[in-house]
Ligand binder design. Structure first.
Ligand SMILES: Cc1cc2nc3c(=O)[nH]c(=O)nc-3n(C[C@H](O)[C@H](O)[C@H](O)COP(=O)(O)OP(=O)(O)OC[C@H]3O[C@@H](n4cnc5c(N)ncnc54)[C@H](O)[C@@H]3O)c2cc1C
Length: 396
């Protein structure tokens, strides 16, 4: 993890790893309750605000930490080791910030980025829609013109941290769109929404602390708050949303599985466990080996894809898209399987019961969401089409 040179204020001289450790410590103190109550980790978010982590990707000229995508990946892994919900909240916020940094209009950047850097704005993502499910590149709700501004009126079935967010990036059809693909990304401050109503309860299997509730949003925003070109959300998906989501999520999942393996290894080697587990058991050793192998595979692919994203001039190339999708699918499958295998390795007491210090039960429930959080099935269909476009089978 890199250390970022910062302004003279004491907080600003802290290294990124110290800031991350502080957030992780707060997350650890609250994770049993936030999981049990399916409650948003307000304390961990407050620590992200205080430490400046919310402004990790905000350039220094706007008051942020000026961190890189590699910093985001490293931080997401560390937070994921402790609590996958907190890690995903952080990674998805970073994805939104990067979209504003790279595609926002200058008036929007000048106003919004310093507020994010100050920890005053945590951003949520609104792309999923009831009728179209996870499909990113279409929308069923249109923006409309209202007194020279844009009227935003949208139901969002799942918004991580939606009730606690200070701003929202929302996909909707461009005004006057003639096809469902003319999607725009528009930013709204919480204060610009006249309606922000939650509907229904949030009682999922895992990711309970992500508090990903259904929301009704309505409000009016200036046209300068369209991020990127009107109707051209595809350009943002290719350059920012896709890469940042797949790198960020994979990092969170890898962190969660690595944290689980680490806790299992510490439990197995602890004095309290002496004489209880046969550490020479070939079955146990093979299971530990396979778990580690899965994590090494994901780590290698994550590092490779991170480099591809940093070095590629054109992220829309089929071979680049195929690598990004392979990362997401592989990380979702392998991190889940790694923890599932650990359950078999240690058995009932430390594999299945909630109160074990290994916390495998919690990690497994959280990781079950990985294949759904942008469906692996959808990515396989896209990959099949992309594979047909690359008969030479060139790798990125
Ligand atoms: C923990 C968590 C947090 C989330 N946070 C947010 C958030 O903050 N903001 C947000 O907008 N969204 C969020 N999502 C939603 C997420 O990004 C996906 O859009 C959503 O999980 C997809 O829901 P779905 O499985 O019902 O829908 P679909 O993607 O529609 O898939 C449903 C099932 O149908 C099948 N299927 C349907 N259509 C196709 C197709 N064309 N090709 C192949 N298979 C298909 C697949 O098997 C899939 O499993 C979150 C999801 C999770 C799990």
């Amino acid at each position: 993890m890199s250390t970022i040179a910062l302004e003279p204020a004491p907080l600003r001289t802290e290294s990124l790893s110290d800031r991350t450790a502080r957030v992780a410590e707060v997350a650890a103190a609250h994770l049993v309750r936030t999981d049990r109550e399916a409650a948003f980790p307000v304390e961990a978010l407050d620590e992200m605000r205080r430490t400046g982590l919310l402004g990790l990707l905000v350039p220094t000229e706007y008051g942020g930490l000026g961190g890189t995508v590699a910093d985001m990946v490293a931080t997401s892994i560390e937070l994921g080791r402790v609590d996958m919900s907190v890690a995903v909240i952080f990674a998805m916020h970073c994805q939104q910030v990067e979209a504003v940094v790279r595609h926002g209009s200058e008036p929007l950047r000048r106003r919004l980025l310093p507020e994010i850097a100050d920890g005053r704005r945590y951003l949520a993502s609104v792309t999923t829609e009831a009728g179209k499910g996870g499909h990113l590149l279409t929308s069923e709700s249109a923006l409309s013109d209202a007194d020279g501004e844009l009227l935003l009126d949208r139901f969002a079935p799942i918004v991580t941290g939606g009730e606690h967010a200070d701003g929202f990036l929302v996909t909707m059809l461009a005004p006057g769109a003639t096809s469902p693909n003319q999607v725009s990304l528009v930013y709204a401050d919480r204060e610009q929404l006249t309606t922000l109503e939650r509907s229904g309860d949030w009682q999922p299997l895992g990711m309970r602390a992500s508090h990903s509730v259904a929301l009704k949003l309505r409000g009016q925003v200036p046209c300068a708050q369209v991020v990127g070109r009107q109707g051209d959300f595809r350009a943002i998906v290719t350059s920012v949303f896709g890469p940042m989501a797949h790198l960020g999520w994979s990092a969170c999942w890898l962190g969660t599985a690595a944290g689980a393996l680490s806790r299992v290894l510490r439990m197995l080697r602890s004095p309290a466990n002496r004489g209880r587990t046969d550490l020479g058991s070939e079955l146990l050793l093979t299971r530990l080996s396979r778990t580690r192998q899965r994590l090494e595979t994901v780590h290698a692919l994550l590092a490779r894809t991170e480099r591809t994203v940093a070095e590629s001039a054109d992220l829309s190339l089929p071979r680049v898209q195929l690598q990004l999708n392979a990362l997401k699918i592989t990380a979702a499958e392998e991190c889940y399987r790694a923890v599932d295998e650990l359950v078999d390795a240690v058995g009932m007491r430390h594999g299945y019961l909630k109160d074990s210090p290994t916390r495998l039960e919690h990690a497994l429930r959280d990781l079950r969401s990985a294949a759904l959080n942008y469906s692996n099935d959808r990515l396989h269909l896209a990959d099949g089409k992309l594979a047909l476009l690359d008969p030479e089978v060139r790798f990125a």
